[in-house]
Structures are given as structure tokens and as C-alpha cells.
Write a protein that binds this ligand. Sequence first.
Ligand code: HEC
Ligand code: HEC
Length: 199
Amino acid sequence: MTDYRITTLKTAALFAAVFLWLAPANAADIEAGRRKAEPCFACHGPTGNSTDPSIPSIAGQPAQFISTQLYFFREGNRKNAQMSALAANLKNADLNDLAVFFSAQKAAPPKDLAPEKVEAGKRLSQQFNCVACHGAALLGQQHIPRLAGQHTEYLRVQLRGFQAGTRFDMDGNMTSAARALPAAEIDALAEYLASLGAP
Ligand code: HEC
Ligand code: HEC
């Protein structure tokens, strides 16, 4: 009980720190974001649609999700050799501008199609209620990411990471959501999610 309260307090402090400066997007912020996004294009693609299955697409992700993750990379909560180095020098205004720019980009149609696995994945996403947080069409909301159309390989690695405790999880929700999933179900979910289109 005590542990739970401490976690909640820490989470509340994190949220206050992350979301304080998030203002509604305007065209000038998006344009500023485009200029600042130049170093990101090599890996995430010029419109935030990566072609490398190990690198997430960030086009059309909720802006709040992008700025939060950049904040976590910068502060060292979430760790990745490539991203941690890049985020280290970003200012709060940069996080916001980059977030609104990539959020305003259109997600590419899904390429990772495995029709024979899709039915099983759909059933599992209903059974485990992924839609409760990630949204009815799994497009994400606020600080919660879009899963629809993300690369299969990236989704699989992140789900295993939550399960193993190696991917930072701001409120513990994903670690509990992934805890009980056998490897075969992680594979089926990843293939199903990757096959979904995002508008
Ligand atoms: C050298 C390649 C590289 C560059 C350049 C790069 N990234 Fe990344 N990015 C990655 C990788 C790899 C990951 C996945 C990290 C992981 O597995 O935890 C990632 C993850 C992310 C995530 C988390 C997305 C998610 O779905 O969890 C965001 C947001 C992000 N990058 C934004 C940016 C921005 C903004 C820039 C430019 C300032 C940038 N990246 C530059 C490789 C790169
Ligand atoms: C109680 C809310 C909740 C439920 C239920 C939930 N998620 Fe999540 N999920 C989150 C949050 C919040 C994050 C961001 C966590 C962070 O980075 O700290 C997340 C992140 C993720 C990520 C990382 C994606 C990325 O781009 O980095 C994947 C993959 C994921 N969830 C898959 C699932 C699947 C599959 C299910 C159902 C089995 C599920 N989630 C159920 C809240 C939830």
C-alpha cells in the first residue's frame, strides 16, 4: 500500500514536470519543430515513418506521448544508446516543437501484414483490454502511444522489455499489462497491431 502511494506520488511529480509546458500546437511551433527535426530524419524518416523495423515510426503519435518519451530519454529514465545521446541536449521548448511536428505528420499505411496471425492478435487485444488505454482503434491518446501500424519487431521488443523490466514504464501499467503474456501471444499481438492502419 505504502509502495503504491510512493509510486503514485512520483508519477504525479513526473507528470507535473512533463506536462507543465505543453501548450496547444500552432503552425509556428510545427515549423520550428520541422527545422529542429533535421537530425531525426536519418533514423525516423523525413515524415516520422521509419523504414527500419527496429526503429519506431513516430508520425501521428500523440504529441504528449512524443514529448514525454523525449523527456524520459533526456532525464535517463528510458535508456537507449542512440536516443539518450540525442535527447541529452534538447531544451523543454525543443521537446514540445519536435512533438507537435511529428504528431502532425501522417502515418504511412501498414506494411507488416500477417493475415493468418491477425485473428489471434485481435482476440488477445480484446481479452487483455489494450483498447482501454490505447484507444478503441489503438491510435493512442495523451501520453499513451499509437500501436496501430507500428513495426512488428519494435512492438515485440518493447513488450518483452516491459515484461523483463528493461523498458522504463512511467506508471507501471504496461509492466502489469505485459506480465502474463506468453511469448507466442506477444508475437500475435505485435503482428496484429502492426497490420492495423492509422488515419
Ligand atoms: C541514430 C538513430 C536515431 C536518431 C537520429 C533519432 N532516433 Fe529516436 N529512436 C531511435 C531508436 C532506435 C528508438 C527506439 C529506442 C528503444 O528501443 O527504446 C527511438 C525512439 C524514439 C522515440 C520513442 C518512440 C516510441 O514509440 O516509443 C521518440 C519519441 C523518438 N525516438 C524521437 C526522436 C526525435 C525527435 C529525434 C530527433 C531529435 C530522434 N528520435 C532521433 C533512433 C533514433
Ligand atoms: C492501463 C493502461 C494500459 C493498458 C491496459 C495497456 N497499455 Fe500499453 N501503454 C500504456 C502506457 C501508459 C504506455 C507508455 C508507457 C511509458 O512509456 O512509460 C504504453 C506503452 C505501450 C507500448 C510501447 C509502444 C511504443 O511506441 O513505445 C506497447 C507496445 C504497448 N503499450 C502495448 C500494449 C498492449 C499490446 C496492451 C494489451 C495487452 C497494452 N499495451 C495495454 C498503457 C496501457
